[in-house]
Each structure stands twice: as structure tokens, then as C-alpha cells.
Ligand binder design. Structure first.
Ligand code: S3P
Length: 439
């Protein structure tokens, strides 16, 4: 892996690897698996968890809470803390990971002991009341620092609630469902729009009764014990998106195997197809209630897109990549209804607007989105332009993709890519892109 800053220059031709590629395991699924394993009644195994820093943070947190985690090749064996395990004011470093922090709030709220959850500067800026308020309504003793981390959680007796969540957040939903496993009465969560459904799928696959409404927006659980389990994590479609994007901006063709194909995560494939690429997703298998399979993409993206309303939630983590592809197309693309992007690892509307302008696209930053007029011609000259990763892994990865079409880019703070997909530097090198610390 390359550390610090990274210069990426266009490859000499299309990205068309001869064999199939694989991507690291799905971050969302791995966080849930580790957090649920730590509260199971027996040991669990989790295979193919991604090596990135976010999931490493979750692993460290459950270890700090008394779980034992042993790695053997690609498999982690998690032995929960023995019952009666005493914990007093454990400090939990969630690093850059919002999922770690929000889901752990739910996991700790109804369990004896106290903990302080904190994270890096980016995580400390992110809103936490969206999860602490409904948990407090369930009886949790939880406090924030002006709505942000550090958070103090002290285990309390929980009762179920029926909660209408104002934001379509899978993290909030999941925190409440996990807390609901410890509550004395049913917990029901309704979201205002679509969101990823990994928690409800995983709980159901592990034998916990979960009620999901026909539109998927309301989910209910009652208190339940979780048995130990064995689970394999599918490849992360959010990481695969960068590989597909690299093919889409270089008129290449690529096949990615073992990718999670949960329909709440695959909108990115439809958008790339609508941009003119040929995209084929084939489900070949199933793991913890999750479909997985192969994704093939070929051909250059040539058209823009309009992403708004529910479609935004369906590809919320892929919008940096889609905007990077849009910046390489001779067309206008628009993202609206995406104010949630302002409270991700960075303010992604602002950081992407700045970065794509540096690369030569015309970008208007809207209150709730972006309007991008791309360019197709590579800048002349070998001098890289600088794009700031701004402490955001997806901004760093997206800048690398755009640099492969628009001309050399120096990604300042590239090392943050290790949060999810440091190995993308190797994929860029495999594509023949210039990758290093000079051009
Ligand atoms: C996630 C949910 C989404 C997503 C994040 C991971 C999850 O966030 O952006 O990267 O694993 O539940 P929100 O729940 O805040 O929408």
C-alpha cells in the first residue's frame, strides 16, 4: 500500500484485466456481524471481513468490551465476553467509522456497564443525536457532547418504542433494532425512505423473528438471544463501484466476482448502465440472507444522470464515484435531495465539487446536491493537479478514478483510502495507470 499522498495518471489504454477481480468484504455486513457476534450466546465465525480500518475499529471495540477475537487466515473467531463480565467506563475508539459508533450505541444501551465512544476529527463532526435520542426514549442512559462524540453510554433497562425516524438512516434503524434485542417489549422503526436492510436480513438468517413491512420501511423486533453463528461476508459493492468506474472512464471491461448484490445497494449498477455502459449482474449464491454474484461492465460511460429522491439513498455511498465518472463525460449530471452527503466522512458535496473542479469539470454546488458538466478531453501536460481527500476515503478513491481519464492527479491524504479500499492502488497499477509519488 502507498502511504501519504498519491499521484495517479491515466493508463495507456482501457482497463481490461484478463481475469476476474475480487474486492474486500462488505463493510456494512462485517460491522454488523462482529457487533452481533460479540453479544451472541456462543462463539461465532466471520469469514472474509474486509481488512480496512473501519472494520478494524469495530474489532478493537468489541475486544475492549471483553470479546476474544482470533484470526485464522480469512476467518475471525469471536468468543463473546463471559456473562457477568465487569466493564466500567471502557474507552472505545471508533476511529473514522460512523457505523461502528452508531451501532455500538444500540448494542451497549441495554447491557450492564459503562462506555465512552469517541472517534477521529471527522467522526466527532458527525451528528449523533439521530441515534441517541430514540435510544434515550427506549430508556437508555446516553449522553452526547453537544450532539456529537464523545458519547457516554451506561447500560439501562430498555423498553421497546415505535419510532418514526426523520432520516432514512440504516445506521439509526440498526442501532434501534440491536437495542431492541435487549428490550422488554417490541421495538418498531419506520424510515421515511429506502435504506440498506442488512441488519434485518442478518437477524432473520440467525433465527431472530423480524417483521418487515411490504415496502421495507418498517421493521420490528422483540427481545431475543442470538446463538453463535458462522457467516461469510460478500464482497463490497461500494468498493466494486470504483473498479467498475475505472472501466467506465477508460472504455474498458471488467468482471468482479463474489460481490454482494443486495438490491438496496445495487442502484449504482443501474446508474452506470444508464450512462451508456453495458452492465450485467448475476446472482450465484446467498450468504446470511444476502444475494451475491458476479458483476460485469464494459464500454465507456457517455451520458449524464439525474439522481434524486429515493434513488439517492439507494446509492448514497457511491455518489462520489458516480460524480467522478460524470466529470469524465461530455454531458450534464445532477444530484439533488442529497443533503445527507454533507454529514458523511466529509461534506461530500463540498469536497467533491472542489475536487472535480480541480480536475477540469464545471461544477455548481447546490444546497442539496451538485450539477456537473464533465469534460472528455484529458488535460495536456504531465503536471498533476491536487485534489484533497479531506479525510474521506471515498473522495480519495473517486479522485483516482477521475484522474485516470482527465489527467494526472495528486491525491493529498490518499492514505485515508485504507478506511475501506487501500488495495485500489494495486488495481490502478494493474490497469497500467501511473501510480506513485511522482509522475
Ligand atoms: C451504513 C449506512 C449508511 C451509509 C454508511 C453505512 C450502514 O449511512 O452511508 O456508509 O452500514 O448502515 P446512514 O445510515 O447514515 O444513511
Amino acid at each position: 500500500m502507498v502511504s501519504g499522498d498519491l499521484i495517479v495518471g491515466p493508463p495507456p489504454g482501457p482497463f481490461a484485466p484478463t481475469g476476474p477481480l475480487r474486492v474486500p468484504g462488505d463493510k456494512s455486513i462485517a460491522h454488523r456481524a462482529l457487533i452481533l457476534a460479540a453479544r451472541a450466546t456462543g462463539p461465532a465465525t466471520v469469514t472474509d471481513a474486509p481488512p480496512g480500518l473501519d472494520v478494524a475499529a469495530t474489532r478493537r471495540c468489541i475486544e475492549a468490551l471483553g470479546a476474544k477475537v482470533v484470526a485464522d487466515g480469512a476467518t475471525l473467531t469471536i468468543t463473546p465476553a463471559p456473562s457477568g463480565h465487569e466493564r466500567t467506563a471502557v474507552g472505545l475508539d471508533c476511529a473514522n467509522s460512523g457505523t461502528t459508533m452508531r451501532l455500538l450505541c444500540g448494542a451497549l444501551a441495554g447491557r450492564p456497564g459503562a462506555a465512552v465512544l469517541d472517534g477521529d476529527a471527522s467522526l466527532r463532526r458527525r451528528p449523533m443525536q439521530r441515534v441517541t435520542e430514540p435510544l434515550a426514549a427506549m430508556g437508555a442512559r446516553i449522553s452526547t457532547t453537544d450532539g456529537h462524540a464523545p458519547l457516554h453510554v451506561e447500560g439501562a433497562e430498555l423498553h421497546g418504542i415505535s419510532y418514526e425516524c426523520p432520516v432514512p438512516s440504516a445506521q439509526v434503524k440498526s442501532a434501534l433494532l440491536i437495542a431492541g434485542l435487549d428490550a422488554g417489549s417490541p421495538t418498531t422503526v419506520t424510515l421515511p425512505g429506502p435504506s440498506r436492510d442488512h441488519t434485518e436480513r442478518m437477524l432473520a438468517a440467525l433465527g431472530v423473528p423480524v417483521d418487515v413491512s411490504a415496502d421495507g420501511r418498517t421493521v420490528a423486533v422483540t427481545g431475543a438471544d442470538l446463538p453463535g453463528f458462522a457467516l461469510t461476508v460478500p464482497g463490497d459493492v461500494s468498493s466494486a463501484a470504483f473498479v467498475l468506474g475505472l472501466a467506465a472512464v477508460t472504455a474498458g471491461s471488467v468482471r468482479v466476482e463474489g460481490v454482494g448484490l443486495n438490491p438496496s445497494r445495487t442502484r449504482v449498477l443501474d446508474v452506470l448502465e444508464s450512462m451508456g455502459c453495458s452492465v450485467q449482474a448475476t446472482t450465484t449464491d446467498q450468504t446470511v440472507g444476502e444475494p451475491l454474484g458476479t458483476v460485469e461492465l464494459s464500454g465507456r460511460a457517455t451520458r449524464g444522470f439525474v439522481l434524486e429522491a429515493d434513488a439517492v439513498a439507494d446509492c448514497i455511498d457511491e455518489i462520489p464515484l458516480l460524480c467522478a465518472v460524470a466529470a469524465c463525460v461530455d454531458a450534464e449530471s445532477v444530484v439533488r435531495d442529497a443533503e445527507e452527503l454533507r454529514v458523511k466522512e466529509s461534506d461530500r458535496l463540498a469536497t467533491m465539487a472542489r475536487g472535480l473542479r480541480m480536475l477540469g469539470a464545471e461544477v455548481d454546488e447546490l444546497v442539496d446536491g451538485l450539477r456537473i458538466r464533465g469534460r472528455v478531453r484529458r488535460r495536456s501536460g504531465r503536471q498533476p493537479v491536487q485534489v484533497m481527500a479531506s479525510g474521506d476515503h471515498r473522495v480519495a478513491l473517486a479522485a483516482a478514478v477521475a484522474g485516470c481519464a482527465l489527467g494526472p492527479v495528486e491525491i493529498v491524504g490518499w492514505d485515508v483510502a485504507a478506511v475501506s479500499y487501500a488495495e485500489f492502488a494495486d488495481v490502478l497499477a494493474q490497469a497500467g495507470a501511473v501510480v506513485g509519488d511522482h509522475v
